[in-house]
Unconditional design. Structure first.
Length: 281
């Protein structure tokens, strides 16, 4: 518990600084590092890193993919880069078929697309919307606050197991505690955002649809749980407790971003259709 709290005390200012800078290049750099570390952790957990060809091709693709996905000048080239990556993975499978199993190629190809594409939606939220940084805050808030709420409520009151064969510590009490925490948080943030924006010299001529945010928080919390359980299943099959130890008390980067991988794309898709903020003329 103490390690978990101390890590949060150190990590939160870094996250706040990145958000405060509100710069696309800074956000892209941060998300690229997260993508590379997350996929690297999967390579280590699955022990697929022993095949240097697979590891090298995957890590290079994951390192460049966020830039091609996020920057307008590079985006038209992404299909070609993705096709080249797929071709190289098939060439590795064919030339080293005695040592490389199809499931290795399939899993690493899947995560090499999933992680950078999902993480890049955070950059796209910041870059493509007038209130983008607020939307990024919402994504992280729903993913992390719900997880924290579930952890503390589940630790104190958890009795009914949610998925004992996948994640024995997760309980339905924790789930509803996390859901309530997420809903309360988006209500507070949604109501307080216009005031906070004005306090720091930003625009105030807008309104936030708080009820809409509540619905997003409910669905986002459920998606976050799916992401968390999916990561737990992979860890169980790989027989590891955490994906890494870079964040003491939390595990690895993927242990902290597994829910974000599911929440961020959902928020981006929905906000492309309808935004929760309206300008008041």
């Amino acid at each position: 518990m103490l390690k978990r709290i101390l890590t949060a005390v150190i990590a939160i200012p870094i996250v706040v600084l990145i958000l405060w800078l509100n710069n696309t290049i800074v956000m892209l750099a941060a998300m690229t590092v997260i993508s590379v570390l997350a996929v690297g952790e999967i390579l280590l957990a699955t022990k697929y890193y022993s095949n240097r060809s697979i590891a090298g091709v995957c890590m290079v693709f994951v390192a460049v993919a966020p830039s091609f996905l996020s920057l307008d000048i590079l985006y038209p080239l992404f299909p070609g880069v993705a096709a080249a990556f797929l071709l190289l993975m098939f060439i590795i499978m064919l030339t080293d078929h005695e040592n490389v199993r199809f499931e290795e190629i399939a899993l690493m190809t899947f995560v090499s697309f999933l992680v950078p594409i999902s993480i890049s939606t955070i950059v796209l939220l910041q870059k493509n919307f007038d209130f983008g940084i607020f939307y990024v805050v919402l994504v992280l808030l729903v993913a992390w606050i719900s997880d924290a709420g579930a952890y503390f409520v589940g630790s104190a009151f958890g009795k009914h197991k949610m998925a004992p064969k996948i994640s024995p510590k997760k309980s339905w009490e924790g789930f509803f505690g996390g859901l309530a925490t997420a809903v309360i948080s988006v209500i507070v943030v949604g109501i307080g955002y216009p005031w906070a924006s004005g306090l720091f010299g930003g625009p105030t001529n807008f309104s936030v649809n708080v009820l809409f945010l509540v619905g997003m928080a409910v669905i986002g919390t459920c998606l976050g749980v799916i992401g968390d359980l999916s990561a737990s299943l992979l860890k169980r099959q790989c027989m590891v407790k955490d994906f890494g130890s870079i964040l003491p008390g939390h595990g690895g980067i993927l242990d902290r971003f597994d829910s974000v991988l599911f929440v961020a794309p959902f928020f981006y898709i929905v906000f492309k259709i309808i935004e929760p903020i309206a300008i008041i003329s």
